[in-house]
Design a protein around this ligand. Structure first.
Ligand code: SF4
Length: 434
């Protein structure tokens, strides 16, 4: 069939294999899905060179997806360990992996990931360009930045975070705005520094059409990065964030004009009471493009527990419009996450996504909850373990504290309300104190 991107296919009424798989997985009518992809309200990140991909859709009317950030760094350069984390993340239900490698042979790791991993693969070419060229930042040319985007596209990356929104105008606003935490986006800080050092316009903004042509050729979904995402409660919803969001809205329309699929990246740190409005503003400014949120963390005071601060924000954000949650681990702000941190981050994020799916009324979302509740009513512990989002932990907790009676737990013992009501409703006697 003759199409470039999933969006291009949808606009011609072509049903791709990826669309069929997404429609089956989501239990959504295929014509409705095609219409959503054509409008840009759903994207299906699926690079033509990612042959091992299990495709997922991200956006309106679909289940909330989660992304897991992994990759090597200067201090943690063990590729095998990172691959182990990747596979355990996929087994725990992560639909997407972002390879944020920033040290070593990043292309080798990226290619291995794309060869072996069925999850959606995302990258941030800005990080990789710095590693790849291994020379002073100010000497990297605009062409060289863009060449790295092309290299990632050829390698089979499904979506790329590109920080095109922080142009000279936004940068000027940022400098005037006196933020508490300045720019906390790693890619954003690199490109801002490059702009300051060279005096040049952001090359991803200046040569945006060239970037779009690359994305169109390989069907890379462009994830419009938010260099000015708030990095603290103080900076949430400030002029820098909104200024950049307006630019992202304009860039969304330009991408769609070339049939390039788009996601918009969002906060960041944000008080609970601002999240709903923020989702609505994004929806309006970016014409319903899927929103990918990096949190939001609803307070700044909990290093070691930021999987919780972000899950609270993520659940609210997804309830009011976000489609894609970037996980946050307990190691956030502290160090590169280890395997246990990754697990905790994924579980927290999956809980947030599922809670939002219930609130959004995603068809079938409550089936899982109802099955768990039935197992609880039946005091069927094995079934509860099977259904638990973290079976291993649930099983371990019960094993660590054995009840006197198998049909209770050590919380209430013979006062077990579930057991006693079951008995009474069956006409049986209830003995509590004997
Ligand atoms: S003992 Fe209490 S906590 Fe445990 S299953 Fe029964 S009612 Fe629930």
């Amino acid at each position: 069939m003759d199409y470039t991107t999933q969006m291009n296919a949808a606009r011609q009424g072509i049903i791709t294999n990826e669309m069929k798989k997404v429609s089956e997985y989501e239990n959504i009518n295929i014509d409705e899905l095609v219409s959503l992809v054509a409008q840009g309200k759903v994207c299906i990140p699926a690079n033509k060179n990612h042959k091992s991909l299990k495709p997922y859709g991200i956006g309106k009317k679909l289940k909330t997806k989660i992304n897991v950030n992994l990759g090597t760094s200067r201090d943690c350069l063990d590729m095998d360990l990172e691959m182990e984390k990747v596979m355990s993340a996929v087994n725990m239900g992560a639909e997407s992996i972002m390879d944020l490698s920033s040290y070593g042979d990043t292309q080798k790791f990226r290619r291995k990931l794309i060869d072996e991993c069925p999850a959606i693969i995302g990258t941030v070419p800005i990080y990789d360009a710095v590693v790849y060229y291994n020379k002073p930042l100010r000497t990297i040319t605009a062409k060289e930045w863009i060449d790295v985007v092309r290299m990632h596209a050829e390698d089979g990356v499904d979506f790329m975070t590109i920080h095109c929104g922080v142009n000279k105008h936004t940068a000027e606003r940022f400098k005037q705005s006196k933020r508490l935490t300045n720019i906390v986006s790693r890619g954003g800080s690199i490109i801002f520094a490059w702009m300051e050092l060279t005096g040049n316009e952001n090359p991803f903004f200046e040569y945006y059409d060239e970037i779009l042509d690359i994305c169109r050729q390989y069907d890379v979904t462009i994830s419009l990065g938010d260099a000015c995402r708030p990095g603290s409660i103080h900076d949430a919803g400030d002029i820098s964030q909104i200024e950049e969001l307006v630019t992202l809205g304009e860039l969304t329309n330009r991408a769609w004009a070339k049939d390039v699929q788009v996601m918009i990246e969002g906060p960041g740190h944000m008080p609970l009471n601002q999240i709903k409005a923020n989702m609505e503003i994004q929806e309006t400014i970016c014409n319903g493009a899927p929103f990918y949120v990096l949190g939001p963390l609803v307070t700044d005071i909990a290093p070691g527990y930021d999987h919780i601060t972000s899950a609270i924000g993520g659940a609210i954000a997804a309830t009011y419009g976000a489609s894609f949650l970037c996980y946050v681990t307990p190691a956030e702000h502290l160090r590169l996450p280890n395997l246990e941190d990754v697990k905790e981050g994924i579980i927290a994020s999956k809980i947030a996504a599922h809670a939002a799916d219930i609130a959004k009324g995603i068809p079938g979302a409550t089936d899982w909850d109802n099955a768990m509740s039935q197992a609880r009513r039946d005091l069927d512990w094995e079934k509860m373990f099977d259904l638990a989002i973290d079976s291993e932990k649930a099983r371990r907790y019960r094993a660590e504290s054995k009840p006197e009676n198998e049909d209770t737990c050590t919380m209430c013992g013979k006062m077990c309300a579930v057991r006693n009501i079951n008995k009474i409703l069956k006409g049986e006697d209830v003995d509590i104190m004997e």
